[in-house]
Structures are given as C-alpha cells and as structure tokens.
Design a protein around this ligand. Structure first.
Ligand SMILES: Nc1ncnc2c1ncn2[C@@H]1O[C@H](COP(=O)(O)OP(=O)(O)OP(=O)(O)O)[C@@H](O)[C@H]1O
Ligand SMILES: [Mg+2]
Length: 361
C-alpha cells in the first residue's frame, strides 16, 4: 500500500507515481486563475484578473500588450517580488508544484535557480559596487554550490558564452565599465548561472538600440536551442515576440484576451485588441491599409469599465460588450480569445476592421 505525503500530492508527485507519467506530465510552468491586487485608498485594486497560462517544457511563450496591461506585475507577483502589501490568489505551478505555498527561503532558491530572470534595466538588477566576477560567482555558489577555481572557470565560460570578449579582465570590472548591451549580456549570464529550467525575460532589449537588440535576441535564441530551457518573453513589441516565441498570449487590462500559436495569432488574430496591435505594426504581414495605434488608452486599474475592458476602444463593440465579461473561449484549434464578437472577426481580415471612432482625428 502506498501512502501519499503532502509533497507527493502536488501534481508532479502524483504524475510521477502513476503509470504512463509521461502522458500526464504537468507543464513546465503554469498560472492557474492567478490574480494580483494592490492596496488602494478604497480597498484592494485588482491589477491582474484571473490569468490562466501554461508553458510546455522547452516552449517559448511571448506575453504582449500595451504599457500598463499587467505583463510585468503578473510575473513579479508570481515570484513574490512585489513586497508584502500585494495580494495574490490562484496557483503558480512549477512542474506541478504550487510555488505560492513555499516559504520565502525555498522560493528564493527557485528564483535565479530553477527560474532565471532578466529585467529591462540591468542597472536595477546588477550591484553597482560589486565586480561582475563576484556577482557571478556568488550566484554559482548559491545555486550550484560551486566555489574557488571551479566557480571562476564557470564564470569565465558564462561570460564567454554570452559573447563578452576578454572575459578574465571583464570579470574584475564593475557594471559602470560596461555598455548597456554588455550589461544586458551580463544579466543573461547571471540568469543562466543557475542553469534554469525556465527563463523569464521582461523587455530584455527595450533599452537597447536596434543592432544590439537583434544581437541579444539571437543570443537568447541560441541559448534556448542549446539548453532546451523554457522561455517567457515579455514585450510590448509583437515583432520581437513573433521572432522568438512558439506561442503568444496577448494581455489587456490585467487579463489574457487571446492566446495562440505565433503563426496563427499573426495570420488570423481573432480578438479586436490583437488585431489593433497588429494593424499598428509596420513590419509584419505585408502592406497595411492603415498604420495607426489603437485610439484611446488602457484603463487604469481603479477605473476599470464593466464588461469587456476593451469595449470603449473597440470598433466592433455592441451593447452586451459593455456589461458582460467575455470568457476566454476556443476560437479555433489551439487558439483562444475573450470576445463576444468572434463570429465577426472570423469573417474579415484584421485590416478590414472599421477604424475605432476618432482614430484618424
Ligand atoms: N507597485 C505598484 N502599486 C500600484 N500599482 C502598480 C504597481 N506596479 C504596477 N502597478 C500598476 O499595475 C498595472 C500593470 O503594470 P505593469 O507594470 O504590469 O504593466 P506592463 O504591462 O508591464 O507595462 P509596461 O509595458 O509599461 O512595462 C499598471 O496600471 C500599473 O500602474
Ligand atoms: Mg512591464
């Protein structure tokens, strides 16, 4: 007779005990009905509102959406990096284990260990008064138990891997002696030092000029190919995400409004918001009839309209859209969208959506 301990009962444990575990293996990373609220003057303000996302082993998932949609807050909160006043609910499952239940010490060893993190601004994540080598060997000690010569050799290898020449000299330098692109490479080396199963990269190239941006994206792509790690790539730039990701989730006002394989999302976007984002993109999908950002702005979390939060900006919105919150439903095979007007968006290519009122004013 087999007794299941509490640890065994998490989803990965059960999967491992059952015959045919392969078939039931949990995703690498999943958010299950995950919500985040910040404290406000009149009570908690929901910012992320019931997100479901899964990342299969080795998969690259892009998260896109305009500024303020909750892309960063989702993942910062999932890894408990937002401080104490922030309320979260739902599950964050790493290979089936809900990491929101872990004590801080255990979660700290997952951050930078099994889950690597890269943020937009390396200067906020690199310690300005510590040599690059010290920062790297510290991560190697913490997450892989490497010390002395062994840690030094691995630090050299990592710098070399991220394309930093003259690594022995570079290890002795401080972040301010590096360019922005070089510091971003160091950030990638730091994120890789723990040999993560999944890398979460939040706008890793936004602060960089176009050439350096392309080099950093190539680097992330190559490393992924070599290591097979999963990737969550957060960007407001669909072009960047399309280049690197197998699947894309589009966020609007704290929700996922559409998710699909990248090619499907680009080829036949179904949510009017996704269609608006693509119509505003000059470089994808050939000639466009109009190149205009979507009129209006993302509503502030404490001023969320009832119903579909995109309705006030949507040219296809009808009365029901202003009162009913559309669920994320299957719109096509492996494509989900949260919109009451899916029948309409199935008919016409995105470029033929009427322009929202005031778009050409
Ligand atoms: N510490 C905080 N306290 C209160 N509200 C916050 C806090 N941090 C973020 N927010 C709000 O949460 C919402 C989502 O912010 P988030 O940073 O996740 O947006 P984003 O999609 O990452 O945007 P960007 O593309 O600009 O990075 C925004 O309305 C933002 O103002
Ligand atoms: Mg952000």
């Amino acid at each position: 007779m087999t007794f299941l301990t509490a640890r065994d009962r998490d989803r990965s444990g059960i999967a491992a005990l059952l015959p045919g575990a392969e078939a039931t293996a949990p995703p690498l990373l999943a958010l299950d009905n995950f919500s985040v609220a910040f404290p406000g003057a009149h009570g908690p303000v929901p910012v992320v509102r019931g997100i479901d996302l899964t990342l299969a082993p080795g998969e690259a998932l892009g998260i896109v959406g305009e500024s303020g949609c909750g892309k960063s807050v989702t993942w910062l909160a999932a890894l408990r990096l937002l401080g104490r006043g922030v309320a979260t609910s739902g599950e964050v499952l790493l290979r089936g284990q809900d990491i929101t239940l872990l004590p801080e010490r255990a979660l700290a060893s997952i951050r930078g260990g099994r889950i690597g993190l890269i943020f937009q601004d390396p200067t906020s994540s690199l310690n300005p008064v510590q040599r690059i080598g010290t920062q790297l060997t510290e991560v190697l000690r913490l997450h892989r138990g490497l010390r002395g010569d062994e840690a030094q050799r691995e630090a050299l290898r990592l710098l070399d891997r991220v394309g930093i020449a003259d690594a022995p000299r570079r290890l002795r330098q401080y972040p301010h002696e590096f360019s922005g692109g070089m510091n971003q490479r160091v950030m990638i080396a730091l994120a890789l030092a723990g040999e993560p199963e999944v890398l979460i990269a939040d706008e890793p190239t936004t602060a960089l000029d176009a050439t350096i941006q392309a080099q950093i994206l190539d680097l992330i792509r190559d490393i992924r190919r070599e290591s097979g790690m999963g990737l969550v790539l957060i960007s407001h730039d669909i072009g960047v995400v399309a280049d690197l990701c197998d699947r894309v989730a589009v966020m609007y006002a704290g929700r996922v409004v559409e998710t699909a394989a990248t090619q499907d999302l680009l080829g036949r976007p179904r949510h009017p918001y996704t269609r608006g984002l693509l119509a505003a993109l000059p470089t994808l999908g050939g000639p466009r009839q109009r190149l205009t950002p979507i009129a209006g702005t993302v509503p502030a979390p404490d001023r969320m309209p009832p119903g579909c939060a995109f309705a006030p900006r949507c040219s296809l919105a009808i009365e029901d859209c202003r009162s009913e919150t559309p669920p994320l439903v299957l719109a096509a095979q492996d494509q989900r969208a949260a919109c009451l007007r899916l029948a309409e968006t199935a008919m016409a290519p995105a470029a033929h959506d009427p322009a929202p009122a005031g778009a050409f004013a």
